[in-house]
Design a binder for this molecule. Structure first.
Ligand code: NDP
Ligand code: GDR
Length: 330
């Protein structure tokens, strides 16, 4: 039975990846931080077969202990401070977790693997945010990186360090350069979930309005379930490499509002949406759109969920959850 260690187990991708690996017969270990993490209960409910190990990406000894306990064949480093806006307000802690945390995980993996360093396969969650001020459209694996936030700078550090450990030590260390991927499990701070929650609540009279920042921002949005499949396929390759994972289609926040409000029967969302200046970022990323043709050729990977299907799925999940909450209250 193959064994996997996942950092970021309580996050969106950690949950989907756990489900995928468990279904494939893996023994799955998840790193969980904090002395009483409130999300532990969520992990235990959704993926009860995952074995949780206490540890923190900023604490190398805890990671070394986790490696010894999990004895993994594959390590998926998904843990990070992942909210871009937060990284301007908290640049030092973002650098420590999202940047230095990668160094800690690479070191823990390398020293655990010992002489047979390529026997443990390593996945690093790199990001399309690294392309930032895009130097080429669409972006591919070779596009020059130009990060635009402390988060993206930390991701660039982790990306190049992963490549460096591959080249220096012969580690089977792979970078997935993933564009935005969403789902009903997306954190409520991210714009897709925020809009879908608000559309559902407004349609039921539970909320009056929704404050948003830049409505012209565009993203290449896919479904998280598809993207964790790509992560797994990357680690099944004989050689480590870098792969862009994307849909190749972009939409604006306005398009997101159109689909989400349409899904609840509201044709015109403009009376409900107000400008929230606090959501404007010190620097925005440009035209991010990914070219995943390498992943398609080498991994046989293609996205299966369209933008419209994704947003409709997320709104439907919000409505279901609100119906459950209401039935409990009544
Ligand atoms: P989430 O924000 O949902 O999850 C982040 C995870 O990191 C959580 O489990 C969190 O734990 C954990 N974490 C935070 N700080 C620490 C720490 N100090 N030590 C250990 N774990 C920590 O992210 P996603 O699931 O959406 O993304 C997974 C990875 O992929 C992240 O690295 C993200 O940056 C990257 N990425 C995501 C994309 C996306 O569109 N979703 C696109 C490209 C890259 P806790 O619950 O305790 O806070
Ligand atoms: P992003 O996701 O920064 O792309 O990072 P987010 O959903 O936060 O923002 C997307 C775009 O929407 C605009 N926007 C708003 N965003 C939020 N969160 N809240 C608002 O009210 C709002 N109004 C407008 C933003 O300006 C931005 O342009 C995600 C994360 O998962 C990263 O970890 C990951 O690396 C990248 O995707 C790829």
């Amino acid at each position: 039975m193959p064994r996997a260690l996942i950092t970021g187990i309580t996050g969106q991708d950690g949950l989907y990846l756990s489900e995928l690996l468990l279904a494939k017969g893996y023994e799955v270990y998840g790193l969980i931080r904090g002395q009483n993490n409130p999300k532990q209960a969520v992990v235990e409910r959704i993926v009860p077969d995952v074995q949780l190990i206490s540890g923190d990406l900023t604490d190398l000894p805890s990671l070394q202990r986790a490696m010894g306990e999990a004895r993994p064949d594959e390590v998926y480093n998904l843990g990070a401070i992942s909210y871009v806006a937060y990284s301007w307000d908290n640049p030092a802690v973002t650098t420590q977790v999202t940047g230095q945390g990668v160094l800690n995980m690479l070191e823990a993996t390398r020293t655990y693997a010992g002489d047979d360093v390529s026997s443990v396969r390593f996945y690093q969650a790199s990001s399309s945010e690294m392309f930032g001020k895009a130097q080429e459209v669409p972006q591919r694996e070779t596009t020059l990186l130009w990060p635009r936030s402390p988060y993206a700078v930390a991701k660039v550090f982790g990306h190049y360090l992963t490549i460096n450990y591959r080249e220096s030590y012969g580690m089977h260390a792979t970078c997935g350069m993933l564009f935005n991927h969403e789902s009903p499990r997306r954190g409520a701070e991210f714009v897709t979930r925020k809009v879908c929650m608000a559309a559902a609540r407004i349609s039921l009279g539970l909320q009056d309005s929704l404050g948003l920042g830049n409505l012209e921002a565009r993203r290449d949005w896919g479904f998280a379930g598809d993207y964790v499949e790509a992560m797994w396929r990357m680690l099944q390759q004989p050689q480590p490499d870098n792969y862009v994972i994307a849909t190749g289609v972009t939409h604006s926040i306005r398009d997101l509002l159109d689909v989400a409000f349409d899904a609840v029967g509201i044709e015109d969302w403009t009376p409900y949406v107000r400008h929230d200046e606090s959501q404007i970022r010190p620097a925005e990323v440009d035209h991010l759109i990914g070219d995943a043709s390498k992943a398609q050729e080498v991994l046989g990977w293609t996205p299966t969920v369209t933008f419209e299907e994704l947003v409709q799925m997320m709104v439907a999940a919000e409505l279901d959850e609100l119906a459950v909450t209401r039935s409990l209250v009544e």
